[in-house]
Design a protein around this ligand. Structure first.
Ligand code: APR
Ligand code: PHB
Length: 411
């Protein structure tokens, strides 16, 4: 393997920020640091093909779509992505509403698959000739309490070390970085929801031009899209469900029952992919120790109902990049010192929104008819009361964050 950084010894390198994990958090951070002239090395345990083809989240908040344009990542998004001016809520065939995101907030959400963003970020980094190593495993972090923390990583059975000023742990929920925080400094707040999502990707044109969230008495369902011309569906299932135990007919029956409304029926097509997705919520406090910082799924998980996991991961990267810049440009360590505290407040706010949407739209085990009618009344109130709808719309498209954009984009 070619040594990606100034070599100190055959297997030894040095960089300013060592980044572990090339998901959206790590890649976005690397992109922003690179633009600010800060040197970083990105280490990813999986192959490029694997990370570019993982079917994950897809909704970007308004300000993050703006930021992507401003940092050279907007061209394909604006050509292929699908702006969402509203979302639909279906509760049963005769209960259907639309929340007009644009009218309530003057802003929209952008449907842009996480893998598309990841592909653009990888292409930009490789085109710039910046170090991004696939198929390397970070195995141990050393000297986190010093000014020269170190990543030990393995490639093809050989061990390499990377000396850094800072380490960004962007290695997802099962990575090694969170485990490197001393347990006495770490509080994990987590919750496993008593249901999962059955997800499929199909070759069918979307029946609705916007996302449809279904809160049917039988359980949750969602119709989403992946351009061009693919539909992504989800429906609530038991947590111990086996993906193979669902016949194609049963999948379509379930989706029709939970999503069809107002005389419109969803379109069926060949199912390309099917999977079961557990719903978990988690917040790690603290997100930093010494010179190690946790970003994205490494620090928190959100149930996908509120579509915030990707957004929170990218916000972490923007916030951290801004703090790193303040350190190198002005020797101001304040933003680095406050990183965890500031992000945790925003993350609990995102958890609030995702948990409330999850409770609103899913059937809890043992729910009786009273429980469902109460949920239905809440869904109707949310959609029909302009204050409630506006509050929902603001959370969904992301609160206006000019300060964040300005702070980052300031030369
Ligand atoms: N060494 C190097 N890379 C690692 C290691 C390791 N020891 N352990 C894990 N990784 C890599 C994983 O292979 C993965 O590509 O870290 C990356 C973490 O990426 P993500 O899981 O996508 O996490 P993140 O960038 O925080 O993005 C969060 O992903 O799960 C969705 O809904 C979630 O949209 C949110 C987003
Ligand atoms: C998706 O398209 O993957 C998607 C969209 C909205 C959500 C969750 C997932 O809330």
């Amino acid at each position: 393997m070619t040594a990606p950084m100034s070599s100190q010894g055959a297997n030894q390198g040095r960089t300013q920020v060592g980044i572990i994990g090339a998901g959206p958090a790590g890649l976005m951070l690397a992109h922003l640091l690179q633009r600010a002239g800060i040197d970083c090395v990105l280490l990813e345990s999986r192959s490029r093909f694997h990370v570019e083809n993982r079917l994950r989240a897809a909704v970007l908040e308004h300000d993050l779509a703006t930021l992507l344009r401003q940092v050279g990542l907007g061209e394909r998004m604006d050509r292929v992505g699908i702006p969402q001016e509203g979302i639909r809520l279906h509760a049963a065939p005769d209960h259907a509403w639309r929340i007009d995101l644009a009218a309530h907030t003057g802003r929209t959400a952008m449907l842009w698959g996480q893998y598309e963003l990841v592909r653009d970020l990888i292409a930009a980094r490789l085109d710039a000739g910046a170090p991004l190593l696939f198929n390397v495993d970070a195995v141990r972090l050393d000297d986190l309490d010093t000014h020269r923390p170190r990543i030990n990583y393995r490639h093809d059975g050989e061990v390499f070390t990377l000396d850094c000023d800072f380490i960004a742990g962007c290695d997802g929920f099962n990575g090694i970085c969170r485990a490197a925080l001393p347990s006495e400094r770490l509080a994990m707040h987590q919750h496993a929801w008593p249901f999962s999502w059955f997800g499929i990707l199909t070759e069918a044109d979307p029946a609705w031009p916007e996302l449809v969230y279904g809160g049917h008495p039988d359980g949750f369902a969602l119709a989403s899209m992946r351009p061009p011309g693919l539909t992504r569906f989800f429906f609530q299932c038991d947590p111990d469900e086996d993906v193979h135990s669902w016949s194609t007919d049963r999948i379509w029956q379930t989706l029709h029952r939970r999503l069809d409304a107002g005389g419109t029926s969803l379109g069926e097509g060949h199912i390309i992919q099917r999977s079961i997705i557990p719903l978990r919520s988690a917040v790690t406090e603290t997100m930093q120790h010494g010179r190690l910082y946790l970003l994205g799924d490494a620090a928190h998980l959100l149930p996908p109902t509120g579509a915030k996991g990707l957004n929170v991961a990218v916000h972490d990267a923007v916030h951290f990049a801004t703090a790193v810049r303040a350190w190198y440009a002005q020797a101001d360590f304040g933003p680095m010192a406050r990183f965890s505290e500031e992000r945790i407040e925003a993350i609990w706010n995102a958890q609030r929104f995702c948990a409330s949407m999850t409770r609103l739209l899913h059937r809890m085990p043992g729910e009786d008819s009273f429980g469902y009618r109460l949920r239905l009344a809440e869904i109707a109130y949310l959609a029909e009361n302009r204050f409630a709808a506006r509050s929902f719309a603001e959370s969904y498209v992301g609160s206006a964050n000019e300060e964040m954009l300005e702070a980052y984009l300031r030369p």
